[in-house]
Design a protein around this ligand. Structure first.
Ligand code: NZQ
Ligand code: ZN
Length: 396
């Protein structure tokens, strides 16, 4: 097992109906807040009105910032931060999916520490502004996917350059996450599926790339992954299945909370590659992951067949006792594809209207933003520029 430090400072309030508690939680932190949300669904679902009523009852003054796009843009976040500063807001409340939560973190950071949010994005060793402080953040997720509700990351897109990069830092941990799975019941099947895939990939990145001597981490990962494999199709079929929604919401939070992979860190090559894809083409992050995941598994499989066989046996329940590691790995990849297709996902880039045109630029971006100063992404089979382009081609 690798050495690690683990500290999750976010207080988590979880359960169907817990939404009603978020305003009182907010009042403990600030008397005036900026409420950050997307451009449509939260208002259309009536959640914004409910949130405003609850905040009024808790005597918290609110400035609404409802301009966050999926794959949130740096310039929109900077505008939100300017408003939060001018209005002297004492905290930031995020009500929405990963995009609203990440944008809220960016707003909280820039409002407290200045500059543009893009200054803080990791662009290689040392090429970023250090994070000093941020306004307190309260998250109320409406999608089970990113885990942003209780982690210290934010993923930001630079619209001008099409780069999509990450910010990490202790000031970005939300003070409180109020996780009400019932808020996710309105998600349509495609977004539910994309969210399930995102959760699964958060679990599998370190499982595929981390060390082989961490049975606690492996078993935690496999248990949550198995639940995601079982529950996502239920929520896709019946959005109102609140039991499935609760399981996915908690899986989302746990998967990227640091718990599963502490001691088995590994790397996040699939995310590095996918972020270039959604940065350039503005597609759903989970959809991009679904298309790339089996391709990356195929590409890497010969380097770690036992690992993939273990996934097939423990997560998908395959009987691979008579199979060689290579055969086991192939069957695991096949069952992964079937599962993804069973969610209604078409596993090709062409289905999203994407062609080869930008593959080279996307590979360069992935290496610059996620290569940690090296000319490859860390993976059991290291991914150099040509490898990343080959993965995009195989995903066409
Ligand atoms: O835009 P609005 O109108 O708000 O609608 C949203 C959006 O169109 C809609 N939506 C949200 N809640 C809903 C709903 N529709 C119906 N019912 C609800 N309850 O869903 C659409 C997608 O929302 P978005 O927030 O973009 O999705 P998601 O939660 O998947 O977040 C994706 C973003 O998070 C980043 C991704 O790269 C992407 O930018 N990630 C953040 C991470 C983190 N901070 O830790 C890690 C992840 O790996 C990921 O990279
Ligand atoms: Zn993700």
């Amino acid at each position: 097992m690798d050495n690690f430090e683990f500290h999750l400072p976010t207080r988590i309030i979880f359960g169907n109906g817990s939404f009603s508690k978020f305003a009182a939680e907010t009042a403990r932190v600030a008397q005036k807040v900026i409420l950050v949300t997307g451009r449509g669904s939260v208002r259309q679902l009536g959640l914004l009105d409910k949130a405003l009523q609850l905040l009024e009852r808790a005597k918290v003054e609110v400035v609404i910032f409802d301009r966050i796009e999926p794959n949130p843009r740096a310039h929109t976040i900077d505008e939100g931060a300017a408003i939060a500063g001018a209005e002297k807001c004492g905290a930031v409340v995020a009500l929405g999916g990963g995009s609203a939560m990440d944008a809220a973190k960016g707003i909280a950071l820039v409002a407290a520490s200045g500059g543009s949010v893009w200054d803080y994005v990791r662009k290689g060793p040392g090429i970023m502004r250090p994070l000093s402080s941020a306004l307190p953040i309260i998250t109320v997720p409406t999608i089970a996917a990113t885990g942003s509700e209780a982690n210290s990351g934010a993923v930001i897109t630079n619209e001008a350059t099409k780069e999509k990069g990450v910010i990490f830092g202790k000031p970005l941990y939300p003070v409180t996450a109020v996780i009400d799975p019932a808020l996710t019941a309105s998600l349509p099947p495609n977004l539910t599926a994309d969210g399930g895939v995102d959760i699964l990939c958060h679990l599998l990145e370190s499982y595929f790339t981390g060390n082989n001597e961490s049975p606690i981490q492996d078993r935690i990962t496999e248990s949550i992954a198995r639940v995601v494999i079982e529950e996502t199709p239920k929520a896709v079929r019946n959005g109102g299945d609140l039991s499935a929604r609760a399981n996915l919401s908690w899986a989302s939070t746990l998967a990227l909370s640091g718990i599963p992979e502490s001691g088995r860190m590994g790397s996040f090559p699939l995310h590095g590659i996918e972020h270039s894809l959604s940065g350039h083409y503005d597609i759903s992050h989970g959809r991009g992951l679904a298309i790339l995941l089996p391709v990356l598994m195929d590409y890497t499989c010969a380097k770690r067949p036992e690992r993939y066989t273990q996934l097939g046996e423990r997560v998908f329940g395959l009987d691979l006792s008579g199979a060689t590691p290579e055969e086991g790995a192939r069957q695991s990849i096949a069952v992964m594809r079937q599962w993804l297709e069973g969610l209604g996902i078409e596993l090709t880039l062409r289905s999203l209207g994407i062609n080869e045109e930008r593959f080279e630029q996307m590979a360069n971006d992935a290496l610059r933003l996620y290569g940690r100063g090296k000319d490859f992404l860390e993976n059991p089979r290291p991914l150099y520029k040509d490898d990343i382009i080959a993965i995009f081609r195989a995903a066409l």
